[in-house]
Design a protein around this ligand. Structure first.
Ligand code: NAP
Length: 375
């Protein structure tokens, strides 16, 4: 049985990971669960899966019966230290996932990575630590899982480019002039995926695809100019790889994160899953269209960020997290999210980062600066 820790177990990725384990209780044992503040759900999960160690950043109530809970900002890293699992599923949202990812690879455990921010903000440090400890980073993001599957049995030098598909979110056909009137409720209404709030808003601005380009560059060791994006509104083709002979391989399935999570948990083998198969008995239309990068500037911004890969992506992510929160609280318009990110990147572009702890310092600074711009 593989010992697993799930970080962010109360969120969208975390609950999907628990669903996969429910389907295969004989293959996995949960050594620990971590969440931010959703105490009741965390305790319910712990009872169902008989989990002994829990971590909670901010409990609403400390009870003596919860003595086995690790509290505080660093609870997720402490949980990994105490449980020493084989695999950590990182489903934390935002930059808060970086240090737990680093701790995972430091222990030589496999990192099943949904928290793309870990690679976006600290890719060089995470990769070099994983290499030093011979730890594996296995992608959970559906696009990256698709590419990971397409690359099985292939030579790295034979990859001409990878093509990340994007659903386009709810507004890929909305004229830009209508962006100022977009409400949080409209932006949270993703046509294909049910996800946490931050990634859903990022899908609407397409910043999510920008973050994914950077994530792919680190994961697959490819320069940014070998990573393309295309709009695929049906979300059935999860991504593609083009090889030197111009063959393209793709991975297809109905949109369901449990497939990608299961692949990461049981890689290099596959697990049978009780999910909805693609229905080929009716007409299936699969569209692939170029993205409108003039309307969605976040893709170009992410490419620009990789000119200073240790600092600009970290600034970009932090400013975006702050701007998305401000939008959700009605303090910023939808069309102002990316300009806040751009301004913050310009303002802090001189920052240099030499080691992993400095990543969080820059994250902190960028949040501060973005908040200034919003005010
Ligand atoms: N959802 C998807 O389908 C999907 C697909 C691909 C990639 N991803 C990536 O996966 C990550 C998670 O996304 P999500 O949609 O699952 O987000 P989500 O639904 O908002 O869940 C976030 C989870 O992280 C927990 N959390 C937040 N800060 C924490 C901290 N400092 N320490 C420990 N736990 C913390 C939350 O706990 P509380 O519930 O207590 O707040 C919650 O369990 C993101 O990086 C996202 O980009 C998600």
């Amino acid at each position: 049985m593989k010992q697993i820790v799930i970080l962010g177990s109360t969120g969208s990725i975390g609950t999907s990971a628990l669903d996969v384990i429910r389907m295969h209780p004989d293959k996995f044992s949960i050594a620990g669960l971590a969440a931010h503040s959703n105490q009741d759900i965390l305790l319910k999960q712990a009872r169902e899966f008989n989990v002994k160690r829990l971590a909670l950043v901010r409990p609403y109530e400390k009870r003596t019966s919860l003595d086995d809970i690790i509290y505080g900002e660093n609870c997720a890293t402490e949980l990994i230290r105490q449980t020493q699992p084989d695999i950590v599923v990182n489903g934390i949202s935002g930059a808060a996932g970086f240090l737990p990812s680093l701790e995972t690879v430091r222990h030589g455990a496999t990192l099943a990575l949904a928290n793309k921010e870990s690679l976006v903000i600290g890719g060089s440090f995470l990769k070099s630590e994983a290499e030093a400890q011979s730890a594996r980073i296995v992608p959970v993001d559906s696009e990256h899982c698709a590419i990971f599957q397409c690359l099985v049995g292939e030579e790295h030098n034979d990859v001409r480019r990878i093509i990340l598909t994007a659903s386009g979110g709810p507004f890929w056909q909305t004229p830009r002039k209508d962006f100022p009137r977009i409400t949080p409720e409209q932006a949270l209404n993703h046509p294909k995926w049910e996800m946490g709030k931050r990634i859903t808003i990022d899908s609407a601005t397409m910043m999510n695809k920008g973050l994914e380009i950077i994530e792919a560059s680190w994961l697959f060791d490819l320069p940014i100019n070998k990573i393309d994006v295309c709009i695929h509104p049906q979300s059935i083709i999860h991504s593609m790889v083009e090889f030197c002979d111009l063959s393209i391989k793709a991975q297809l399935s109905n949109p369901d994160m449990r497939l990608a999570i299961a692949y990461a948990l049981f890689w290099p083998q596959r697990l049978a899953l009780d999910l909805e198969p693609i229905d080929l008995s009716t007409d299936l239309v699969l569209e692939l269209l170029p993205p409108d990068t003039k309307k969605f500037t976040s893709i170009t911004l992410a490419r620009h960020a990789m000119q200073q890969p240790r600092s600009l992506p970290c600034i970009m992510n932090a400013a975006d997290e702050v701007a998305v929160q401000a939008f959700l609280k009605g303090r910023l318009r939808f069309d102002q999210i990316i300009p806040v990110v751009e301004k913050t990147m310009d303002a802090l572009s001189g920052w240099k980062i030499d080691n992993a702890p400095e990543v969080m310092d820059l994250d902190h600074e960028a949040r501060h600066k973005a908040e200034e711009f919003i005010r």
